[in-house]
Design a protein. Structure first.
Length: 327
């Protein structure tokens, strides 16, 4: 009986391989650095090795596996199963993951944008269980989005729907990795928070941020969060600003889509009220009144499991039409 699913969450920093079940239980996991600088072929060899080791460790055969779900950064083509190119993974151009893994393991393989996968995981296993229309924000190294309409992932005409991180929220703002200026990702992501802190501590060397980091090059969003929790005024100011811009992004989603729920996940969201308070205040201020009133804005219920369970959920979720099209 085919009762297991292989899930891959491939990120610019780390990659997670899991074996899960349809009930959302993770039986085993392997986590390792993606090391994009070594090229896609080296990472793929490592993934294949880890999958084989996981199966062997859990005493599971491929005959018992229904399929493989893969969440990865976009842009990508989920129908062909190809990573086209991605700013956070240089050199990963036109990598056909579906063909590579289908051939290696003789399994059905479904690839989707990591934020779409996370949104689906949150819909099936997390905060959005009883919600038809919802939007998922992942706020981490970058900012991504996943849109669920009528319980299904919405991809758009070129599979690029919900790229909320690359909507402009500050004209002529800081440059984003995508090449534009003032993107939400360039203002409210973990990378943006760390960048802002590195700039500011030059003028405030007594800040707790610098003491916790040891030196400016070691500053991360997590360190800024820790400093803010300990009362550091500069750190609190940086999170206040990031939350304000994130709130503008949320308000734009509310006004455009009018969802029942917005779920905020990703590593930066673990800062809790440091981020959520200014974000909600900004969203309420900028959104059309009723769109804010009817929408629940909540943290991810799956938290650090959202990438893994999102990848697993891709295999048995029927969001693809039988005619081969996409929602």
């Amino acid at each position: 009986m085919k009762k297991y699913i292989i899930g891959l969450d491939i990120g610019g920093t780390k990659t997670s391989c899991v074996i899960g079940t349809k009930k959302g239980r993770i039986l085993g996991k392997s986590l390792f650095p993606t090391e994009t600088q070594k090229g896609s072929s080296q990472t793929l060899k490592r993934i294949i090795k880890n999958i084989k080791e996981l199966l062997r460790r859990l005493d599971i055969t491929l005959a018992e596996v229904e399929g493989m779900g893969i969440g990865a950064p976009g842009p990508l083509d989920p129908i062909k199963g190809v990573i086209l190119n991605t700013p956070n993974m240089p050199g990963w151009n036109n990598v056909c993951l579906k063909e590579i893994f289908s051939r290696k393991f003789n399994l059905p393989v479904i690839l989707d944008n990591d934020a779409n996968a996370a949104a689906l995981g949150e819909k099936i296993f997390g905060a959005g269980k009883d919600i038809g229309d919802m939007f998922y924000f992942t706020v981490s190294t970058g900012i991504g989005g996943g849109l669920i309409i009528g319980g299904k992932v919405y991809h758009g005409a070129s599979f690029d729907a919900a790229e909320v991180g690359h909507t402009v929220v500050l004209v002529d703002g800081p440059k984003c990795k995508c090449g534009k200026r003032g993107c939400l990702e360039a203002l409210a992501s973990g990378t943006a928070i760390a960048r802002k802190a590195k700039e500011k501590v030059k003028f405030e060397p007594s800040s707790l941020i610098l003491k916790l980091a040891g030196n400016s090059s070691s500053i991360t969003a997590r360190i800024v969060s820790q400093a803010a929790e300990k009362g550091d005024e500069l750190a609190k100011q940086i999170f206040q600003e990031a939350g304000r811009f994130l709130g503008i992004g949320v308000a734009n989603v509310l006004n455009l889509i009018n969802p029942q729920m917005v779920v905020i996940g990703g590593g930066v969201s673990l800062a809790g009220e440091l981020l959520f308070k200014p974000m909600k205040e900004s969203a309420k201020k900028e959104a059309f009144g009723k769109t804010y009133q009817v929408c629940q804005i909540v943290p991810s219920k799956l938290k650090d499991k959202v990438g893994d369970l999102g990848a697993v959920s891709l295999v048995f979720n029927k969001y693809r039409r039988k005619d081969g099209g996409h929602s």
